[in-house]
Ligand binder design. Structure first.
Ligand code: PMP
Length: 464
C-alpha cells in the first residue's frame, strides 16, 4: 500500500478539522501533529520515513504486534458475510456468541466464582459505564437500593465518559465538567515509592494502603457501599505496581463487607501480566472484569464486562429487562477479529511467553537502568515497566515539576526513534508481547540513550 503522504498538507487538514483526544488544541496547532503512516511488528513509521520502536503498543493495546494478516482476513471475511447486525430484540450473531464462550473458557474459576457471561461494548470507558449500571441494578434487585457508592482510587484511569472519568482518580479530569458524578469516592493509591513511610517495609505499606479501603467503607457507611473498582496495576497513572500484600488484604476487606469487586483489566488482561486475566496473577476474586484493548489487539474497537456468577445470577434470574446497551454491543466484525486475535495469542502462547520468557528477561534488562544517574527506581510487572527520573538518587529528591523532565525525556525518545510515555517524571512502557530478546536489548539501548540525552540537557542547563 502506498503510504507516502504530503506531511504539510495532512498537518494543515489536521489543524483545521481534527480535535484530538487529551490535547491542548491551540498548542498542537502551532507544532503540527506527527503523522503515522504505517506499522509492522513492533515498529511504526511517520510520514517523514522515521522508524520508531513502539514501546507502548499503541495505547497499551497492540499485544500481537502490527501487521497481522490473520486479523485483517477475519475482518474481511466477516464484513462480507455479516458486517453488522444488532443484538437487541432477541437476535444474536455467531462471532459474538463464539467470543463470549471463548472468553468464558479463558477466565479461570477462582474461589468457586466463574465468569460465564459477557456484556459487550466498544471501549473501556463504555464498559465501566456498564459496570456502574450493572452494579446499581444488582443491589436494587437485592432490595438494597441505598448501596450506591463505588469506591475507586486517586490516580486511577477508568475512561473518559462521565462515569469513566468519575471512577478514575485524575484530578485534571475531575476539574473539567463538574466531576465526579455523585456517589463515587476515592482512596489513595498503593504507591510505595511515594507514600511509603521511613522504616516501613513494602509489605507493611501494602497492608496499610489496602486498609484505606476499609476506612473509607466505615466512613461512608458499610450499607451504602456498592463496589470497589481498581486496575490490577495502575496503567495510565504511571504503571503503579502494588506490593504483594495489597490484593489479598483488599479481598479480605471486600469479603468482610460483602461489596462487589470490579477488576478493570482493560490494560492488564490478555497476556500483559503473563496471564489471560490479571486476577490470576494476583489471586483475587473479582465479581466483574472490565476488558477492551488487548481483546482485539486494538485492530478494531471492542470492550466489555465479564460478569461473574454472583452478579449474573441476580441479573438473569430476578432481573427482568436491563435497560442498557449499545448499537455496537456484540459487533460481529469486532468479535470475529477478537476471535482471530485470541487464536493467535493461544498459538503463540503469548501469556506464557510473558510469564516465563520475555517478562523475566525484560525485568532483568529494565531494572539495570536503575544504575543510571537519573533513575531513582526501575521496576516491571509482566510486560509493563516504569522508571522514575530523580534529581538525587541517594535522597530520591524529585525535579521541580515545572522543569517537565519527563516531557524532556519523552522528546528525546521520539527524536531517537522510541515511543515511551511520560507520566510526570515517571517514564513508562508496555511493549507488544511478540518482542524478541534482541528487540528488548534494542529498546533498552534506546532508553539508555534517551536518559543520557536528558541528563546532558539537565547538566547543560545547570539543573544538576
Ligand atoms: N480502563 C483502563 C484501565 C484503561 O487503561 C483505559 C484506557 N487507557 C480505559 C479504562 C478506557 O478505555 P477506552 O479509552 O477504550 O475508553
Amino acid at each position: 500500500m502506498n503510504t507516502v503522504v504530503d506531511t504539510a498538507l495532512i498537518q494543515a487538514l489536521d489543524r483545521e478539522h481534527f480535535l484530538h483526544p487529551f490535547t491542548d488544541f491551540k498548542d498542537l496547532a502551532t507544532r503540527g501533529a506527527r503523522v503515522i503512516t504505517k506499522a509492522e511488528n513492533i515498529y511504526v513509521w511517520d510520514s517523514e520515513g522515521h522508524k520508531i520502536l513502539d514501546a507502548m503498543s499503541g495505547l497499551w493495546c497492540v499485544n500481537v504486534g502490527y501487521g497481522r494478516e490473520e486479523l485483517a482476513s477475519a475482518a474481511y471475511r466477516q464484513m462480507m458475510t455479516l458486517p453488522y447486525y444488532n443484538s437487541f430484540f432477541q437476535t444474536t450473531n455467531v462471532p459474538a456468541v463464539q467470543l463470549a464462550a471463548k472468553l468464558a473458557a479463558l477466565a479461570p474459576e477462582v474461589g468457586g466464582r466463574r465468569f460465564k457471561h459477557v456484556f459487550y461494548s466498544s471501549s473501556g470507558s463504555e464498559s465501566n459505564d456498564s459496570n456502574v449500571r450493572m452494579v446499581r441494578r444488582y443491589w436494587d434487585l437485592l432490595g438494597q437500593p441505598q448501596r450506591k457508592v463505588i469506591i475507586s482510587r486517586h490516580n486511577a484511569y477508568h475512561g473518559s465518559t462521565m462515569a469513566g472519568a468519575s471512577l478514575g482518580g485524575m484530578s485534571g479530569m475531575h476539574a473539567q465538567g463538574d466531576l465526579p458524578i455523585p456517589n463515587i469516592t476515592h482512596i489513595k493509591q498503593p504507591y510505595f515509592y511515594e507514600l511509603g513511610q521511613p522504616g516501613e517495609t513494602c509489605a507493611e505499606f501494602g497492608l496499610r494502603a489496602a486498609r484505606w479501603l476499609e476506612e473509607k467503607i466505615i466512613e461512608t457507611g458499610p450499607d451504602k457501599v456498592a463496589a470497589f473498582i481498581a486496575e490490577p496495576v495502575q496503567g495510565a497513572g504511571g504503571v503503579i505496581i502494588p506490593p504483594d500484600s495489597y490484593w489479598p488484604e483488599i479481598q479480605r476487606i471486600v469479603d468482610k463487607y460483602g461489596i462487589l469487586l470490579i477488576s478493570d483489566e482493560v490494560i492488564c488482561a490478555f497476556g500483559r501480566l503473563g496471564y489471560w486475566f490479571a486476577y490470576e496473577k494476583f489471586g483475587y476474586r473479582p465479581d466483574l472484569i472490565t476488558f477492551a484493548k488487548g481483546v482485539t489487539s486494538g485492530y478494531i474497537p471492542l470492550g466489555g464486562v465479564m460478569v461473574g456468577d454472583r452478579v449474573a445470577k441476580v441479573l438473569i434470574e430476578q432481573g427482568g429487562e436491563f435497560n442498557h446497551g449499545y448499537t455496537y454491543s456484540g459487533h460481529p466484525v469486532a468479535c470475529a477479529v477478537a476471535l482471530a486475535n485470541l487464536d493467535l495469542m493461544e498459538k503463540e502462547n503469548l501469556p506464557g511467553r510473558v510469564r516465563d520468557d520475555i517478562g523475566p528477561y525484560l525485568a532483568r534488562r529494565f531494572t539495570e537502568l536503575g544504575e543510571h544517574p537519573l533513575v531513582g527506581l526501575a521496576e516491571t510487572c509482566g510486560f509493563m515497566a516504569g522508571l522514575v527520573l530523580v534529581r538525587n538518587k541517594a535522597t530520591q529528591e524529585a525535579f521541580k515539576p515545572e522543569l517537565g523532565v519527563g516531557m524532556l525525556c519523552r522528546g528525546h525518545c521520539f527524536r531517537l526513534g522510541l515511543i515511551m510515555r511520560a507520566v510526570g517524571d515517571r517514564m513508562i512502557i508496555a511493549p507488544p508481547l511478540v518482542m524478541t530478546h534482541e528487540q528488548i536489548d534494542e529498546m533498552i539501548a534506546l532508553i539508555r540513550r534517551c536518559l543520557d540525552a536528558t541528563l546532558a540537557d539537565l547538566q547543560a542547563a545547570g539543573h544538576l
